[in-house]
Design a binder for this molecule. Structure first.
Ligand code: ADP
Ligand code: TYD
Length: 241
């Protein structure tokens, strides 16, 4: 009788232990997908690094969704027509369009970021709120821009904002050697101002946002290495915590 009781007790203990391990593992997997934003001036290498980081995460077995702003939605297309000079709009109107494009980027029920995260994808976006703070903040009061985007920031703040810091002179050289259309904000004077506004916004929001700056004046591989060190460290910390 005593013997039977002990066997039952041990098997119950084992089941509970297995359940605990399973739940911990499940919880770990649940927490593993990150929301990552890449930021930087035009030509800083965001698209290149979005692709490289996406590939690295995929190799590590993560489900990855890469995306960008301005989006390819109707609002994003309208913005791109303005940036290419096909349509004209005041900077304040452009600021408002970015607010709307970002909300749709988060909330649309086909491929919105919120849904993608719920579905377990790690989401990497090429530009998010800080782009508006820096670019629109160059033409109007930055606090207004931050306020106007507060709904998006309230819905989702990136686990990390990765800022690829490049000298505007270098990014302009890259743009001129690769593009035949130069867009609205792509001139040296403006990009110098935008870079300064990024730094101002990081300082202003350093208690609310996680910002990681990487030296972008180097080869794509070296930049990717630094970004991967940061992201893999974040993934490890999540698994421990
Ligand atoms: P962004 O998305 O920030 O505009 P891209 O990734 O499209 O930047 O890069 C702009 C151009 O510069 C592309 O032609 C790309 O191949 C090149 N490029 C990207 N990263 C680097 C780098 N670290 N060094 C030199 N050229 C780069
Ligand atoms: P993008 O296509 O990322 O340009 P690039 O690949 O050259 O960096 O973005 C297009 C432009 O839109 C770019 O000049 C930055 C601008 N922009 C804003 O002004 N505000 C925003 O909120 C965003 C997302 C982009």
């Amino acid at each position: 009788m005593q013997y039977l009781f002990e066997i039952q007790f041990i098997s119950l203990f084992r089941t509970n232990a297995l359940l605990a391990v399973f739940l911990a593992d499940f919880n770990m997997k649940q927490k593993k997908n990150l929301f990552i934003a890449l930021e930087g001036i035009d030509g800083s290498g965001k698209s290149t690094q979005t692709k490289l980081l996406g590939e690295q995460l995929t190799r590590e077995g993560h489900k990855v969704y890469t995306t960008f702003e301005p989006t390819d939605s109707p609002i994003g297309s309208l913005i791109r027509n303005i940036l290419k000079g096909r349509l004209k709009a005041d900077h304040r109107t452009i600021g408002g369009l970015f607010v709307a494009d970002r909300l749709d980027h988060l909330l649309n029920d086909v491929n919105g970021i919120v849904k993608k995260l719920e579905d377990g994808f790690t989401v990497i976006t090429d530009r998010y709120c800080f782009s508006s703070y820096a670019y629109q903040g160059t033409h109007m009061d930055m606090d207004w821009v931050i306020q106007a985007n507060s709904m998006s920031a309230g819905i989702l703040r990136p686990d990390v904002n990765i800022f690829i810091d490049v000298a505007p002179e270098i990014s302009m050289q890259r743009l001129y050697s690769n593009r035949n259309i130069i867009e609205l904000y792509e001139n040296l004077e403006n990009l110098k101002l935008v870079r300064a506004k990024y730094l101002e916004a990081f300082e202003k929001l350093k208690s609310e946002e996680n910002i990681f700056t990487v030296d972008g004046n180097r080869s794509p591989d070296l930049i990717a290495e630094d970004i991967w060190k940061e992201v893999s460290q974040m993934l490890k910390l999540q698994q421990v915590g």
